[in-house]
Design a protein around this ligand. Structure first.
Ligand SMILES: *Cc1c(COP(=O)(O)O)cnc(C)c1O
Length: 393
């Protein structure tokens, strides 16, 4: 049987897969099973932050894997403690970390932190968490309910109570009541359409929430780890969240999720846990990814390549205003609003045929999430292919 036939027979069909199978990669280049090469403007949805086949990451992982992959969180794990230090220092916040295995799991941790914070002796339980329309927070029963998209709330009920959806940032304040314990937002909505929030509005919201003792949870699963130019989008927005969640890019492809919080004593032993979370393999990945990206940022290369990518996108947008209506995003989490969903589908398919991988977000947004280490040559080649791909649309 071919891989496609095997997949069709044995894997649950939860994804509408494109008809391509990648077999190798180097930084932002990919090769498929037929030997065709591609420029990767997706990095596996913001995951492969340091590029495919990154030598430093590969070497660090191989060395660790040859020694040991896993022991339980019942014992001290050196790379986990080091990873936590690196994350906290890079954030600039006074926080502690908990390690899980995915974005949804990180957000579950954030929600548990909020729910425990809402439980104070002699006071009414505060449990409500306000999230935004068009948000995306994960696929577990709780995080799917936290996600402000009604279309995702089918079939799987009953769901946990206590999620309230605001139409936009402005509406959040009006929804806060005596039961509200937290607000959870993305600073750039990823799945919702690469939509950055207004900085001043976010800062005002943060001040308001602080005055009400309502926690601010920032879901940085997609925006985090230098994706928007700073380590966290929260750094770029100059706010001080109570809880930050990370996943996607922080492991460079190794599955990890992190919840970081200023509530350093919120949990006691037994309140939360994860068998795999922060094990030798995954926290070695975090340590190496952090070292690579911290250096890449400090050298100025990240800023230069972000600018080059943005310039190339701007040029592509200017040349194709018959297809796109708006340039959106921040840093290397960016894209173009397509005229309509049909046009976008054509662009994505044609791009793949022309050897450049791009993503969709929301209904009609072309989303670009290249590896942060993408080179000037790869940027140029990718946009050259993208231009060729849209010629006849
Ligand atoms: C991808 C994503 C998630 C879910 O992460 P998983 O690792 O797929 O569970 C949650 N929040 C945001 C903002 C995301 O982009």
């Amino acid at each position: 049987m071919t891989i496609k036939e095997l997949d069709n027979k044995y894997v649950l069909p939860t994804y509408a897969r494109a008809d391509v199978e990648f077999v190798s990669g180097k930084n932002a280049k990919l090769i498929d099973a037929k030997g065709k090469d591609y420029i990767d403007f997706t990095s596996g949805i913001a995951v492969v932050s340091v590029g495919h086949g990154n030598e430093r990451l590969t070497n660090a992982l191989c060395a660790q894997v040859k020694n040991m992959i896993h022991m339980s969180n019942l014992y001290y794990i050196a790379p986990q403690a080091r990873a936590a230090e690196k994350l906290v220092l890079a954030s600039g916040y006074d926080m502690r970390c908990f390690f899980g295995n995915s974005g949804a799991e990180a957000n579950e941790g954030a929600i548990k932190i909020a729910r425990k914070y809402g439980e104070k002796d002699g006071e009414i339980k505060r449990y409500k968490i306000i999230t935004l329309d068009h948000s995306f927070h994960g696929r577990t029963i709780t995080t799917v309910k936290a996600t402000g998209q009604a279309s995702m709330h089918n079939y799987f009920g009953p769901f946990p109570d206590g999620f309230v959806y605001a139409k936009n940032i402005d509406e959040i304040e009006t929804l806060v009541d005596e039961h509200t314990v937290a607000v959870m937002i993305e600073l750039v909505q990823g799945e919702g359409g690469v939509q950055p929030q207004d900085k001043e509005k976010v800062q005002n919201l943060a001040k308001f929430l602080k005055s009400k003792d309502v926690l601010l949870i920032v879901d940085e699963v997609q925006t985090g780890v230098y994706r928007t130019g700073k380590f966290l989008a929260s750094n770029l927005y100059e706010i001080e969240p109570n809880v930050v969640t990370l996943a996607k890019g922080v492991g460079g492809g190794v599955p990890v999720g992190v919840v970081m919080t200023t509530l350093k004593d919120i949990f006691s032993a037994g309140d939360h846990g994860s068998t795999f979370g922060g094990n030798y393999l995954s926290s070695t990945a975090i340590c190496e990814v952090m070292d690579i990206l911290n250096e890449y940022d400090a050298s100025g290369e990240l800023a230069i390549n972000m600018l080059l990518f943005d310039k190339a996108l701007e040029r592509f947008y200017n040349e194709n205003q018959h297809l796109f209506t708006e340039k959106v995003g921040l840093g290397m989490m960016c894209g173009l609003r397509a005229k309509d969903a049909d046009t976008l589908a054509k662009v994505i398919n044609s791009a793949r045929e022309h050897g450049v991988m791009v993503l969709k977000a929301g209904r009609n947004t072309l989303r670009l999430l290249p590896p942060l280490t993408i080179t000037e040559e790869e940027i140029e080649e990718g946009f050259k292919r993208l231009s060729a791909a849209v010629k006849n649309i």
